[in-house]
Design a protein. Structure first.
Lengths: 889, 134
């Protein structure tokens, strides 16, 4: 055994103490084990090594002046090892502590070490943060550092639980300060899982404590105000959360990890504390002052830190920062602003941005105490900032096939297996613009190498063009798509060549060049979120992204409403709505507003729900001026004939009749190509999809009567309605089956008439159409939210082994505030309000995400080895007595 | 002889004398990971599959048809309504017909290990059918 004394001392004293406790525990465990098998400590002389260790530990204990606390910790030890007889434990401890009693120095140290508990706790937190921020590796070694126990994750975890329990016994009040919360938020950044759990635990406990205190109004307002408003906690947490969400999204998770869900819940409770705190204040009249000019506090290739100045007086306004989701080529006026930050702090950190791109923001505020009716947000100033210059994409370590190794900056990829295909994608997708980049083939022993593009659904363990989600150009000059060799194309390429890729997402075409010689268009009809991609086959192949070759105007474009734009705020909205539907909490201002707007637009019926090629379904406006095209018309387009769906986000959407959904053209493209003969009506020989005038009809009586106050009143009545909701949902399901459309696309008159017909509705509530419409629109919104916020709601673990389950139970036992299954139980309770449609979609989602892929055999026509093959003897089955009986009868 | 009460234990011979039983014998011990498999052979015309079927003694290659046939025949065996004198006559009386037309209930007498495993296998089979869109 060796102690690195310096290592120990560089941590704070308390870190050392915990370490010593832990080591003592490890030793004790060992001794106790020996004792258990029959060698009684009293009788058997200790091994010399063991004695040395004991001496060492006790010396260290004394040296650090922590004798008192060491004694105190034996109480913890007792709880930790409950199966051990107390006398035996004491006996062992006596032996451990024996030298210290005779030591004069120790007794003097003993007096010194009677620190107040808060200080001890503070120091513990200090060291936690220190390890978390400065050196994750050190944090790891700190927790894994012990004498006898193996250095694996599970031990580290139990170690943290152990020290967590020791810390848990301490008083909480002292740590409820902004500074402490900030420290803990810092500790959350560690890669060390147990440490995270511990920090999470402390934060949630502190917040719970705060909530109860605020509720009882027994905490000084000044303290709370300092804690909530002036601190950076939320800002930091939100930024962490968004970063983590982006990361997990790239991992193609079906649902987010417990950590993300816990963090979201933390932020939610933090903002609740804020709201409650501010609600206790008297409403004062504020003079309207403008928000100061926003300034850029820092920029990296992927994030911006923005702050704006505000007059000190304005404490009860909530700031709102919005970013414009723009698609390259979409009409300027229709830029959709999306809220990315909402809170009390005059600043925000925005993560997950694209490099060298200018983002348009606007910032505004709303009054917390404003009555609902005049509760508009005043978006005051708009401004723009640019992220730092960097390549628009690199190779993505999270989206790569087997045996691909990346360079440190991820600008080079090499292959270390041989004779098998593996694909790697770029880190950013393109949905628009004419994007070009170059790849240098540094090393390749064969012509078997692909360049091209793919969507995320592609199989990464095969070649590019190996399925319908990828398009590839192979080095022996051929084009592949859908596992088929389409045609010969261009020239052979390999070692030393530079291949240029031109992905024109405005038209959906892909073309290639070799050493600046253009070969012309290779593929067309490409839709969706398309990633740059390459595929390797031979050992040692290496490809690099050519610096300064990028010309990607479409980089960083996102579709409004697509998955990357769904952030924490929206998930919080979903949870608000859920609580409201369960009748636990009233629907609060913002959500109420949202619901009102949703209800209005539903009643007007001008939106139609379609599925886009990537991401979730979206609303398409059907009344828009569609550049001389009428909705429902079949037209010719550069991507083939298609049906015009309508306008959304300043783009024109078309149904191409393929399974994976609708896709768009920008207005500019439409105008340009109209001159070239495209976008003319064609006769598809199919029945026109448009049915009578569904959706364009307005239900005027309802809309006119529905003011915000009315809406509010109806919504308040919702709390008694779990049963009613169930009936409504059944009726909606029946109606959508009858009209052969999804529940969202049933227009208000049809649906309400259906409710009247079935008579389900009139019996249970006052049978006004208004309240029916209100309730139905809420259920519709809830279902839509549920689909979008789903990753936040499911919170289960892959429990392969009992052992694993136990471990995670221990961890989650540390975090009672964010205990598992909270959301799940909510979903279960709200089951009656979920459409058949939604359920079906969720089922499909689960089915696709849990599907196991068979490893493809060398030859396509061979069956994979791991596919079960079974032999059935039908003759034997049909001659069974049962069959004979049946035939006889 | 064939009523539910006498089938607390299912002898091996009976299992192989029904298609469902044969399926059960071949598949039930597989890990769930294997049963979640989705594979499309180029000749299968898009039909996803979790296993490949060979019909012994019949000159038929499985390009989706036999696979689907399995999912058609196995449930029809289980739902065989053959009531003479109110007694179900079926090799595997796992499901009992009810007085309503086309509804079945589980047989409350089948509580020994093998039938219980079979019930869970029915669930797995339904899962495979849904996943592969048979």
């Amino acid at each position: 055994m060796r102690f690195d004394r310096n290592h120990l001392l560089c941590a704070s004293i308390d870190a050392e103490i915990i370490l010593i406790i832990l080591q003592a525990r490890a030793l004790l465990a060992q001794i106790l084990q020996a004792w258990a098998v029959g060698a009684i400590v009293n009788l058997r002389p200790l091994h010399s090594i063991e004695r040395e260790r004991l001496m060492h530990v006790s010396q260290l204990t004394i040296a650090s002046g922590s004798y008192d606390r060491y004694r105190a910790s034996t109480a913890v030890l007792n709880t930790y090892l409950p199966s051990v007889d107390l006398p035996v434990l004491e006996l062992i401890l006596k032996r451990l502590c024996l030298p210290s009693r005779s030591d004069d120095v120790a007794s003097s140290r003993l007096e010194q070490s009677c620190q107040p508990r808060e200080r001890l706790q503070g120091q513990c937190l200090d060291s936690l943060e220190f390890f978390a921020l400065n050196d994750p590796a050190a944090a790891n070694s700190w927790f894994a550092f012990n004498i006898t126990l193996p250095r694996d994750g599970t031990e580290a975890r139990s170690t943290v639980i152990f020290s967590g329990r020791a810390l848990k016994k301490m008083d909480l009040v002292s740590s409820c300060s902004a500074e402490k919360l900030c420290q803990l938020a810092g500790a959350l950044r560690t890669k060390h899982k147990p440490l995270k759990a511990l920090a999470m635990h402390f934060m949630s406990r502190n917040l719970r404590f705060l909530c109860t205190r605020v509720h009882a109004r027994s905490v000084s307002k000044a303290f709370l105000h300092d804690m909530v408003v002036s601190s950076d906690v939320q800002l930091q947490l939100r930024s962490d959360l968004q970063m983590r969400i982006n990361f997990e999204r790239r991992q193609r998770r079906l649902h987010f990890s417990e950590y993300v869900v816990g963090l979201a819940e933390l932020i939610r409770s933090l903002s609740r504390v804020e709201t409650r705190l501010l609600c206790t204040k008297k409403v004062e009249d504020h003079e309207i002052t403008m928000i100061g000019t926003p300034r850029l506090d820092g920029a990296t290739p992927n994030s911006l830190r923005i702050a704006w100045a505000t007059p000190a007086l304005q404490r009860t306004r909530i700031f709102k920062l919005e970013v414009a989701d723009q698609v390259h080529g979409a009409s300027e006026a229709s830029a959709t602003y999306r809220a990315i930050y909402r809170g009390l702090h005059a600043g925000a950190i925005i993560n997950g941005l694209s490099p060298s791109r200018t983002y348009f923001f606007r910032v505004g505020f709303e009054y917390l105490h404003a009555t609902c009716s005049n509760r508009g947000t005043n978006m005051v100033s708009s401004f723009n900032f640019s992220t730092e210059h960097a390549p628009p994409f690199i190779f993505d370590a999270l989206n790569k096939g087997p045996a691909i190794v990346l360079s440190k900056e991820s600008t080079q990829a090499s292959f270390c297996a041989s004779e098998s295909w593996a694909t790697i994608l770029g880190s950013a997708p393109f949905i628009s613009g004419c994007n070009a980049w170059e790849l240098e083939i540094i090393n390749s022993s064969s012509l078997y190498i692909f360049v091209g593009a793919a969507t995320r659904e592609t199989d990464l363990a095969t070649f590019l063009g190996g399925d319908s989600h990828s398009w590839g150009y192979i080095g022996d000059r051929a084009l592949y798509h859908k596992r088929t060799k389409l045609k010969l194309y261009g020239e052979r390429f390999g070692h030393g060549d530079t291949i240029g890729v031109l992905l024109n997402m405005d038209y959906g075409s892909l073309s290639f060049s070799k050493n600046s010689v253009d070969f012309g268009m290779a593929f067309d009809g490409i839709m969706g979120e398309v990633y740059p991609a390459i595929a390797f086959y031979s050992k040692g192949q290496q490809v690099a992204l050519v610096e300064n070759s990028f010309h990607c105007p479409g980089a960083g474009d996102v579709l409004p409403g697509s998955a990357p734009t769904f952030n924490f705020d929206q998930s919080s909205d979903v949870l608000d709505l859920m609580s409201a539907m369960l009748g636990r909490e009233p629907l609060t201002g913002r959500s109420l507003n949202r619901a009102y707007r949703y209800c209005q637009s539903w009643l007007r019926g001008c939106y139609y729900r379609v599925k886009s090629c990537c991401g979730p379904e979206m609303q398409v406006k059907r009344e828009a001026d569609c550049a001389n095209l009428s909705v429902g018309q079949y037209v010719s387009t550069p991507r083939g004939n298609a049906c015009v769906l309508g306008d959304a986000f300043g783009l024109l959407w078309f149904d191409f009749g393929v399974n994976n959904g609708a896709w768009f053209f920008t207005y500019a493209t439409v105008r340009q190509n109209a001159l070239r003969g495209y976008f003319r009506a064609v006769n598809p020989g199919l029945p026109n999809k448009e049915k009578k005038s569904v959706g364009l009809h307005t239900y005027t009586r309802c809309i006119d009567g529905m003011t915000f106050a009315h809406f509010h009143r109806h919504v308040r009545a919702l709390s008694q309605g779990a049963e009613v909701n169930k009936h409504i949902v059944q009726s909606i399901d029946a109606a959508s089956e009858l009209h052969e459309t999804c529940a969202w696309n049933l227009d208000a008159p049809t649906l309400i008439a259906h409710l009247d017909d079935t008579g389900l509705y009139s019996g249970v509530l006052q049978p006004t159409h208004e309240s029916a419409a209100c309730r139905v629109s809420l259920i519709l919104m809830f279902n839509e939210d549920l689909l979008r916020g789903f990753p936040f709601l499911v919170n289960t673990h892959d429990h392969h082994q009992q052992n694993c389950r136990k471990q995670s139970a221990m961890i989650s036992g540390l975090c009672p505030h964010v205990s598992r299954g909270r959301y799940r139980s909510k979903v279960t309770l709200l089951r009656g309000s979920i459409f058949g449609d939604t359920k079906h979609k969720l089922f499909r989602l689960f089915a696709t995400h849990t599907m196991t892929r068979a490893k493809r055999a060398e030859d396509d026509y061979d069956y994979p080895e791991d596919l079960p093959q079974i032999v059935i003897n039908r003759l034997k089955a049909t001659t069974s007595p049962a069959m004979i009986n049946q035939e006889a009868s | 002889m064939c009523d539910g009460s006498s089938y607390n234990m299912l002898p091996q011979g009976h299992l192989s004398s029904s298609l469902f039983g044969q399926l059960f014998n071949e598949l039930h011990f597989l890990r769930p990971v294997s049963l979640r498999m989705g594979y499309t052979h180029p000749m299968d015309d898009g039909q996803e599959r979790t296993f490949k079927v060979k019909f012994e003694g019949e000159g038929v290659d499985d390009y989706g048809g036999p696979y689907r046939e399995v999912f058609a025949q196995a449930p029809s065996e289980l739902q065989m309504i053959n009531t003479s004198k109110g007694v179900s006559k079926c090799a595997l009386p796992l499901l009992l017909p009810t007085h309503e037309d086309d509804r079945f209930i589980v047989n409350p007498k089948m509580i020994s290990d093998t039938p219980l495993n079979m019930y869970s296998f029915i669930g797995q089979l339904m899962g495979i059918a849904l996943r592969c869109k048979v």
